[in-house]
Ligand binder design. Sequence first.
Ligand code: NDP
Ligand code: TDO
Length: 258
Amino acid sequence: MKKVVVTGAGGQLGKTLKELAPKFYGYHFDFKTSQDLDITKKEDLDEVLGNGGYDYCINCAAYTNVEQAEKTPRLAFAVNAEGVKNLAKACKDNGAVLIHISTDYVFDGKKKGPYTIKDETNPINEYGNSKLKGEQYIKELLEKYYILRTSWLYSKKYGHNFYRTIVKRASEGQDLHITDEQIGCPTNTESLVGFITENLLNEEKPFGIYHVTDGKPMTWYDFAEQILKENGLTHKVNLVLDRKYRTFAKRPINSVIV
Ligand SMILES: NC(=O)C1=CN([C@@H]2O[C@H](COP(=O)(O)OP(=O)(O)OC[C@H]3O[C@@H](n4cnc5c(N)ncnc54)[C@H](OP(=O)(O)O)[C@@H]3O)[C@@H](O)[C@H]2O)C=CC1
Ligand SMILES: Cc1cn([C@H]2C[C@H](O)[C@@H](COP(=O)(O)OP(=O)(O)O[C@H]3O[C@@H](C)C(=O)[C@@H](O)[C@H]3O)O2)c(=O)[nH]c1=O
């Protein structure tokens, strides 16, 4: 039986993995929330990875508040860069393969056409900078790793994400003002879990970087429209196209990764 430890298990991806894990035979999963295991603390990692005998570590832990990262980049780097470095070292010392999640926000969005893994990274916000640094540490420290870049991740059931924000606001009858300035591929956490369990835990795919999304490019406005339709909320609210929707963080105009 292969042993898998999941960090950041209290987030939307971690919770999805926990819900679906009983379907995957031949694996024993241990789920660690930020309270159980803080990846910025080496002693936590030594204890858990050192004693667990894990074959795989799936890292769902991250600082994901894109807006706040602009104001306190130090916090984003502590988790997404230095925390990931600690985790990579602990995986190396203890013989675990690291499966790490990264983001479309490592690109600047200026490319005409979808980004492939061969394209140059060039983040335009602090969250993206911190995630890229995390990727670089992994590549420096490890040979046995998977880095999955995904985009516009959402779970219908768990956590904070665009999907749930739209459903909540629409259900309360609030008007929605949504930008169409960026294009990207929304990705359900269940698809990402499927990719990990079907292709990586059995090492079907060579180690390295992968782009994993649900494959349908759209704008945030399109996505909001789709969410309203799916939930029968179209007639409950005004969906207003708002090109002036203000944010602290810049976001890539083209976030499509393939
Ligand atoms: N959300 C998105 O749209 C996208 C996400 N990703 C990446 O996917 C991965 C999963 O993201 P998602 O599930 O959405 O994120 P969430 O924000 O839902 O979950 C992240 C989890 O990490 C935990 N965490 C934060 N700091 C630490 C730490 N120091 N040690 C251990 N755990 C910590 C958080 O715990 P607590 O709440 O207690 O702080 C939280 O439970 C991340 O790597 C993210 O960068 C990639 C592309 C898109
Ligand atoms: C909530 C809201 C957002 N927006 C805009 C702001 C922004 O341009 C876009 C998305 O905003 P959000 O803040 O929900 O999403 P954001 O935090 O930018 O989402 C990102 O999260 C990180 C973790 C990733 O890795 C990315 O792939 C991406 O999913 O929609 C509106 O126009 N109206 C709204 O009411």
